[in-house]
Design a protein around this ligand. Structure first.
Ligand code: ZN
Ligand code: ZN
Ligand code: ZN
Length: 325
């Protein structure tokens, strides 16, 4: 009995030794574009799982070919679906683009940007967030059609379920909580809405609304933490201490309640611990307290870190300010 247990143990160790390098290799998850897979990028072809970027610039044909290449190598794929940033919707429905009607400190970054007179509004092109009922339905229909045109995957990441960059007008690209932040300024003397506000449940409802189009895939919301004082990118607006974090908490709470796994778009390796810590334990005035297990969050970062998705490509996050009407 004792000897058979010993040999069983030995067999287990031998097996573990055999599979360990392969398992380690297979644990690595990368986020890349179809072109990298098709060009034979070793970092993608040696990964255990490849998350493929699906932005409007990525063609279905290339994505399909990339999936076929990965399938031949036995590498499972997932989709990284860009939600809010959509040039096609922005051009077809400019009224539903996010607006800049808050602080105007962003102007130091774009001194030549137009000025809005009464009756017109500055828009954040090409961002059409799902935080209004109109943007929600446009994005749901667009992404359901996109998923139907692509081969199935077992996981679909949903990126940019928040507002547009510089949402409060401070100029920080991580301020994402608002679609319309109405402050009366000389530039926006009266509020011009981008649509019917859906409130803090919008992102969670969007994930649920896209589920029928996901063909059984697990949907994984991707979130971005708000601005940090240490960034010094808010150009003097104290938004990190004001509206940003309570607003984020109100939107983050329903997502956390309804989705087991969540990805966090961190980008810079030096920010990982700070941003994850900020999202797992949130207690701010005027907002719901949030406490969740750190292991539910997967950081997306431009470096190879244990437990993270390694970002190998660029994600379009830019915007330009345009006058509408
Ligand atoms: Zn801000
Ligand atoms: Zn902010
Ligand atoms: Zn800020």
């Amino acid at each position: 009995m004792r000897s058979s247990r010993r040999s069983a143990l030995w067999l287990l160790f031998a097996l573990a030794a055999c599979v360990a390098p392969r398992e380690r290799r297979h644990a690595r998850v990368v986020l890349c574009d179809a072109g990298q897979v098709l060009a034979g990028d070793e970092r993608a072809l040696a990964a255990g799982r490849v998350v493929l970027r699906v932005e409007e610039r990525d063609s279905d044909r290339d994505l399909e070919a990339a999936v076929a290449t990965l399938a031949r190598l036995g590498i499972p794929h997932a989709w990284w679906l860009e939600v809010a940033r959509s040039p096609s919707l922005a051009d077809a429905h400019p009224e539903h683009m996010a607006s800049l009607q808050g602080h105007d400190e962003w102007r130091v970054l774009a001194p030549d940007a137009p000025r809005a007179a009464d009756g017109s509004v500055l828009k954040v092109h090409p961002w059409v967030p799902l935080t209004t009922a109109e943007g929600f339905e446009l994005q749901r229909a667009r992404l359901a059609a996109r998923l139907a045109a692509l081969p199935p995957a077992d996981e679909v990441y949903l990126a940019d379920l928040q507002g547009a960059p510089s949402a409060c007008g401070c100029g920080h690209p991580r301020c994402r909580w608002a679609t319309d932040y109405f402050l009366a300024t000389p530039d926006s003397p009266r509020a011009i809405s981008s649509g019917t506000p859906l409130g803090p449940e919008a992102a969670a409802r969007f994930v649920a609304a896209l589920r029928p189009a996901a063909r059984g895939a697990t949907l994984i919301p991707v979130w971005m933490a708000e601005c940090d004082e240490a960034d010094e990118l808010c150009h003097g607006v104290p938004c990190f201490a004001g509206a940003c974090w309570p607003a984020l908490a109100r939107q983050w709470a329903p997502l956390v309640a309804e989705n087991e796994r969540l990805a966090v778009l961190v980008l810079e390796p030096a920010r990982v611990e700070r941003e994850l810590a900020a999202l797992v334990h949130l207690e701010r005035p005027n907002s719901p307290p949030i406490a969740l297990d750190r292991t539910r969050l997967v950081p997306v970062v431009a470096a190879e870190l244990p437990g993270a998705i390694q970002l190998l490509t660029d994600l379009e996050q830019s915007f330009d300010v345009r006058l509408w009407r």
